[in-house]
Design a protein around this ligand. Sequence first.
Ligand code: ADP
Length: 371
Amino acid sequence: MGINSMYITGGISAYIICMFSFATCFLISPLKTFFIYLVSLVFFIYGLILNVDTLQVLYSTMVNGLITVILAQIISSLNYASFCKDFLNKKRILESKQMLETVNAKLQEYEKTRTDFFVNISHELRTPLNVIYSAEQMIDNSMKSSNLDRNQINKYFKMIKQNTYRLLRLINNLIDITKIDAASFKIKLINYDIVKTVEDISISVAEFIEHNGITLTFDTEIEEKIIACDPDSIERIILNLLANAVKYGKESGSIFVDIFLEENYVCISIKDTGIGIPEDMCDLIFDRFTQVDTSLKRTNEGSGIGLALVRSLVEMHGGNISVKSKFGEGSEFIIRLPDLRIPENNEKISASILDEKNINRINIEFSDIYL
Ligand code: ADP
């Protein structure tokens, strides 16, 4: 550069550029710096031999080169290296700052969800407990008074029972979601008739649903379909979705349960004519603790865990769940389960699932709904 400068422009600008370039060499390791200096020196001397014809010019150029290197050393010792480092790091700092801001925004969002959850869960735990406590007090008072009203007592017992189920459901869901997080929740797959399973569950809750003024229609494209599934989990999934269809249904509305086949999948559709879900919430409702109406004054009870649990259970079967909804008109939840069987020879056609354990489960899953 020095030589070019001298011959082309005759100025010292090239020496200054050289000086600053050399100064940045202190950013790298001493060994590399030494190597760069050495290579530069070889080129410098070679350039001089090629271009310089008088001894005087040769000496003055060498002196200029030497001064350049000495100045570069001085400049770098005057914190030039750290200035260059700062300059080069600025972009990295900016990127890190942006990343931190994104993480911070996510943390704040998470913190808000967590706070909302605790407020909501406290409300969900306290409400049934209050009801149980008040009912117990009323029974106690009735027992003490002389005129014991059996109907009233039965009503209080019913209140205690329903609210105990509500507490049980909430705690079961919390335990299961924690187990899923810890990967300790396992489903037991067996070859089972999914059509009969879903039909039996629908029949078992039909009376309860109709009691709420809602009609339930079951339809199927196939009479029998044996696939690998966990009947307990399937029952939990269907009961959860049916309970939501009632909870978020409208008076004298309808619920349709349909089973049909798609390529490699058995599909179960649960459709209601209820309040529907706003479009921007359709994907979010499967995230835990997410509710369309988060106010404590909302008309329906709930913790926002049900659908998160349903999605996890469906995914454990290798399937998926989606929702189509029109706000104000109704929603349709579609579960797709792989049309597969496991190799074991433990094929079993669903017998009646309406045993006592299942009736209890229905009571638990529908406990958010008051008759
Ligand atoms: P929750 O205990 O609040 O019912 P879920 O996880 O079951 O919790 O549902 C999450 C949210 O999705 C509900 O709070 C409700 O806003 C919405 N949702 C679920 N099912 C329906 C439905 N069938 N119709 C309208 N909204 C629904």
